[in-house]
Write a protein that binds this ligand. Structure first.
Ligand SMILES: Cc1ncc(COP(=O)(O)O)c(C=O)c1O
Length: 375
């Protein structure tokens, strides 16, 4: 059997990693400023993370959600504390798409309605309602198109007010910093306007924090830059530092009932141990603050490179915009400079999504390599 060929691959085979350093099968070292697409939050093979997962593996790795699982509760408690979201309940699943799928489902149960408002350039995942709410027709199969989604321009107050007034919607879903779409953001005024109108029309506000959450933006959640409170928050990527885990934080005003949501693997013992280890390291190493400070340092350094036309994003969720397409630059960075970076739907954007414990020396190293690649 061969693999179903859906990924265009770089010719690099990583076999080990530590912090932001990755080694391939030929012993070549790479610097990971991509974090496996914003997933590596505390660094590869962080010793606390490895120990916690190994210890858990020695005890019990999995049981279904039909038994008591105190580490799920410990995780919910720690997550509530660190994110300042203690008035939410946690439902665990396995990926970002699944988190959004459950968020949208909850919104529909709660309101009895089915239409969704999403935004141009959004990305919410590749499953049923999540992919329907993703602004990319090429990955939206006919079966997914049955879901009615209205796409609106970001920061267009008039279009939003007109749409939501129709009273047909169960949810508004948005990223506080668009990831795949290219780092565009709602303004604070617009996000607050959305929150106010959602309340007025009893539409559920879903903050997709799958990529921007877990300290990456310099606050635990990126919506926290805007002083609003969503009804549901979806999380994944940085949550497990590579262990497949996701979740939804559902405001306590939503009442659960047995069987309303469910999953076989979500919240298993190993996923909880990995997720707890991530939160413990985020806290003990002050990584949200580091993301904020290093993001500011990165922006400062970016000013010295005339080819960079614009710097987008917050904290360590950054996009560098050039006036040319960056595919070749990314290749040069990988093959000549041994630096991993990311791309976006905006082809002129180079993305920087490193682990949150990078240092100023790492940022300096990135800019030296970028300058070499631009020569
Ligand atoms: C904002 C956002 N939401 C959802 C997803 C989907 O997550 P997953 O690939 O884990 O299903 C992604 C993935 O890139 C994302 O960036």
């Amino acid at each position: 059997m061969k693999l179903f060929d859906v990924y265009p691959l770089y010719d690099v085979t990583p076999v080990s990693a530590k912090g932001i350093e990755v080694w391939d099968d030929k012993g070549q070292k790479y610097w990971d400023f991509y974090g496996g697409h914003a997933v590596i939050s505390i660094g590869h093979t962080h010793p606390h993370y490895v120990k916690r997962i190994k210890d858990q593996l020695d005890k019990i790795a999995f049981y279904s959600n039909s038994i008591q699982n105190p580490i799920q509760e410990a995780l919910a408690e720690k997550l509530g504390q660190l994110s300042s979201c203690e008035e939410y309940d946690l439902f665990m699943c396995n990926s970002g798409a699944e988190a959004n799928e459950n968020a949208l489902k909850m919104a529909s149960f709660h309101t009895g309605k089915s239409k969704v408002i999403a935004f141009n350039n959004s990305f919410h995942g590749r499953t049923s309602a999540a992919v329907a709410a993703t602004d990319n027709p090429s990955i939206n199969a006919p079966i997914n198109k049955q879901q009615a989604v209205t796409f609106l321009p970001l920061n267009d107050f008039e279009a939003f007010e007109k749409a939501i007034a129709s009273d047909a919607y169960c949810a508004v879903i948005l990223e506080a910093i668009q990831g795949v779409g290219g780092l565009d953001e709602p303004t604070t005024e617009f996000y607050q306007f959305i929150a106010e109108k959602c309340k007025k029309h009893q539409v559920v506000l879903i903050a997709d924090e799958v990529q921007s959450g877990y300290g990456r933006s310099g606050k635990f959640f990126a919506f926290q830059h805007h002083g609003i409170q969503p009804d549901i928050i979806s999380i994944a990527k940085g949550m497990g530092n590579g262990f497949p885990v996701g979740g939804v934080l559902i405001h306590e005003t939503f009442k659960p009932s047995y069987g309303l949501l469910g999953t076989t693997f979500g919240g298993n013992h190993l996923a909880c141990a990995a997720s707890l280890a991530v939160l413990e390291v985020l806290e003990s190493e002050g990584l949200t603050k580091n993301a904020d400070e290093l993001g500011a340092y990165f922006r400062e350094k970016a000013q010295d490179i005339p080819e960079i036309k614009n710097v987008k994003g917050r904290g360590l969720m950054i996009g560098l915009e050039f006036d040319f397409e960056v595919a070749d630059l990314r290749k040069k960075l990988i093959y000549d400079q041994h630096i991993f970076t990311g791309s976006a739907k905006n082809k002129k954007l180079l993305r920087f999504l490193p682990a949150l414990n990078i240092t100023k020396e790492h940022v300096d190293l990135f800019f030296d390599a970028l300058q070499n690649a631009l020569k």
